[in-house]
Each structure stands twice: as C-alpha cells, then as structure tokens.
Write a protein that binds this ligand. Structure first.
Ligand code: LHQ
Length: 260
C-alpha cells in the first residue's frame, strides 16, 4: 500500500506484513512511523478475514527505538508524546484478533525492544540483540517495557537489563523466554514465509481466542480464568473450524480450516 514512507505495509490472503523502513537509521521510530503503524493496525483491525500479522525491520537492524534526533524529542513533555504516539500502537498490536509475529532481523534497542515484545510472539536471528538502552539516555523503559519484561523473564533479569543497559543476545533472550526462538540469520525469510503459511491456513478464531485467554491470565485468578476459557471455548464450540477439526481427526485426515 503506497501511502506509507517509514514502513512498508501489505495485506494479502489474510496476512498483514509490516516492515519498518528506515534502514539507514536502524529503523529508529519517527512520529510519522508511529502514525503509519497506527494506520496499518487500524486497517488490519477492520479486516474480517484477518488471519495473522508479521512485523520485521529492513536492513541490518530491527528497530533502535525512538529517533532521538527528531525535533519533537527536544520537548520535555514525553507523557503527551508517549500517549499520543506509542500507546495506540502497542495496545493496537495486542488487541488485533489474530497472532502478531515479530521477526527481529537485527539489533533492537529502547522502544524497539518494546515494539517486538508487544507482538504476540517473537523470533530473532542469531546475530540480533536486545538492548534496554533507556537508562543510557536518562529514561525509564517505555512502550510497555516495564510490563512485558517482568512478565516474560522475571524481575532480576528485567532489572539487570534495564539498569545496566547491557546487550542481550538473541540466544540468551530465547533461553530466558524473552522471545520464542533464536533462528539462523539465513533462515529468516523462509521462517517468515512458513509462519505466514501456518497462520493463513490456521483455525483463526481459536488462535485469537488463545491470545485473548493467555493475556487475560495476567490479571485473572484461577476461577476467573476458568470462566474466561469456558466462555471462549463456548464460542469456538459453535465454529466451523471446530467442526472441521473434529471431523478431520475422526477421519484421520489433516483439517482444512477456513478461519470461520
Ligand atoms: C539513531 C538511533 C536513535 C536516532 C541509531 N535515534 N538515530 C523515548 C522518548 C519518547 C518516546 C518514546 O520512547 C523513548 C524511548 C526510546 O526508545 S529512546 C531511544 C533508545 N534507543 C537508543 O538509545 C539506541 C541508540 N542507538 C545505539 O545505541 C546504537 O545505534 C546501537 C547500539 C543500537 C547500534 O550501534 P551501531 O550498530 O554501531 O549503529 P550506529 O550507532 O552507527 O547507528 C546507525 C545509524 O543509526 C547512525 O546514524 P548515522 O547517520 O550516524 O549513520 C545512528 O545515529 C542512527 N541511530 N539509533 N535511537
């Protein structure tokens, strides 16, 4: 879709592809980029046939966070800035009713790490790394950085990474559970295609329900969570994909899901 400049965005066969597109600046985030991300996410949220989303970077980096050279960064009112530019993107990604998969193709720093973690699941190439660079510029982790990290890797690792701003390798990130998998650099394109294919032919409503239930668990007790699972399963019990999946299992055949 041609109107975008700081991202490349396409939507095909139910899959949205977002590529951050400022390779010369390691995809540092501009206000135009957050506006374009919000527009792309808004577009995806209106597609009834949405089945998945991929997010990656162009060039040698994934995203190094806020563009510190942007003029707006001289304005100390970062509260308004974050709420206007970042919160809609982070919440928008989490709210999309289909899995959002990050493919971290190189270094991620600052809010670029938060952007990757706002996706539902993250792959990173072996040469990629994650830097909680905020303390180096006198700021706290933002874009959900203090929300995602402790939930994924616990308090000590979150503290260490944020207080000292040390580089965390992709392999270490996978060992910690910050990301799903560390893959070889030359496997990135094939993995992105393979995962897109899986999402394109997946039981979309069940995957959306899985995302919804897992996120609800971060604020629910067991009783509420059992209710949440039962409510979602109640809707899926009436879905076409469940009928297809059950029939295929009984016939010992692979299911052909339609996402309905
Ligand atoms: C950059 C940046 C960058 C601009 C590299 N900005 N140009 C705060 C405020 C409000 C709202 C939202 O959120 C935030 C939180 C944040 O995200 S604050 C920013 C946090 N990020 C950083 O502090 C990362 C700063 N970057 C670096 O430390 C290095 O670039 C790393 C270690 C990531 C990569 O180092 P190298 O591989 O050596 O690359 P490089 O430093 O040479 O960068 C390549 C170019 O990208 C270079 O431009 P140039 O024109 O000189 O080639 C950098 O200036 C530019 N760049 N990060 N955040």
């Amino acid at each position: 879709m041609s109107d975008y400049q700081d991202i490349v965005f396409s939507y095909e066969s139910g899959i949205g592809h977002i590529q951050l597109n400022r390779p010369g600046k390691l995809n540092a985030i501009t206000s135009r980029m957050t506006d374009e991300l919000a527009a792309a996410i808004g577009f995806l949220s209106r597609q009834t046939g949405l089945r998945g989303v991929t997010v990656t970077g162009s060039g040698r980096g994934f995203c190094v966070g806020q563009d510190l050279a942007e003029e707006s960064m001289a304005n100390p009112d970062l509260t308004t800035f974050l709420e206007r530019h970042y919160s809609p993107v982070i919440q928008g990604l989490q709210a999309l009713p289909a899995p959002v998969v990050a493919f971290v193709n190189g270094v991620a720093a600052g809010a670029g790490v938060s952007l990757a973690l706002a996706c539902d699941i993250t792959f990173a190439v072996r040469s990629a790394s994650f830097i909680q660079a905020f303390s180096k510029v006198g700021l706290v982790p933002d874009g959900g950085g203090t929300y995602f990290w402790p939930r994924l890797v616990g308090m000590q690792r979150s503290m260490g990474a944020a207080l000292f701003g040390e580089r965390v390798s992709a392999e270490q990130a996978a060992q910690w559970g910050l990301i799903w998998k560390c893959i070889e650099d030359d496997e990135l394109d094939a993995t992105l295609k393979r995962i897109s294919g899986i999402l394109m032919s997946g039981p979309t409503r069940a995957l959306a329900g899985t995302k919804q239930a897992l996120y609800a668990s971060s604020h629910n007790g067991l009783r509420e969570q059992l209710h949440a699972e039962a409510a979602i399963q109640g809707q899926l019990g009436r879905s076409e994909d469940y009928a297809v999946g059950r029939a295929a299992f009984l016939k010992k055949q692979p299911p052909v899901f339609t996402g309905k």
